[in-house]
Write a protein of this length. Structure first.
Length: 156
């Protein structure tokens, strides 16, 4: 349901939420989030255009969230790069719907609406504060976003 762009952008935003206000380079972000660096530049520029991230140039430059992780929702991030499409009229343009959706498209839109509601209610701070859930793959199978390096980190 989520595009690769959305997944990558969410990973980058979650990582920036752990940075304690320290700029992170594309190298830092790519290495930790496993987002290809060539793709990351496009993603970060989308977040800059949406005013969710700022870019600092220079020796100690990088990317920072423009707001605290408690003030940024998953919905904000998703809408910046790949908005959730809502179904408001018949995508098939069939006559007889008279502005209402058939059951099929109504169910699809309801699912999209529930996703939107969950994303609006979930802040980046919720994700980084949540203890690591148990995994069917075993303990520590996916440490992201847990066990991310914070503070100084490497420059790259």
């Amino acid at each position: 349901m989520l595009s690769k762009t959305t997944e990558y952008t969410l990973r980058a935003a979650v990582f920036l939420a752990t940075s304690d206000g320290e700029p992170k380079t594309t190298g830092d972000i790519s290495r930790i989030t496993k987002v290809p660096i060539s793709y990351l530049a496009k993603i970060m520029q989308g977040l800059v255009r949406a005013n969710l991230v700022e870019s600092q140039r220079g020796l100690h430059g990088g990317f920072l969230l423009t707001r605290a992780p408690t003030d940024v929702t998953i919905y904000d991030i998703v809408q910046a790069v790949d908005p959730i499409p809502r179904i408001t009229s018949c995508p098939l343009e069939l006559e007889g719907h008279d502005g209402s959706l058939c059951l099929f498209h109504s169910i699809l839109d309801k699912a999209l609406g529930q996703t939107e509601t969950l994303f609006r209610a979930t802040k980046l701070s919720d994700i980084i504060a949540e203890p690591e859930p148990p995994s069917v793959l075993g303990p520590g199978a996916c440490p992201f976003p847990h066990n991310l390096p914070t503070g100084g980190g490497e420059r790259g």
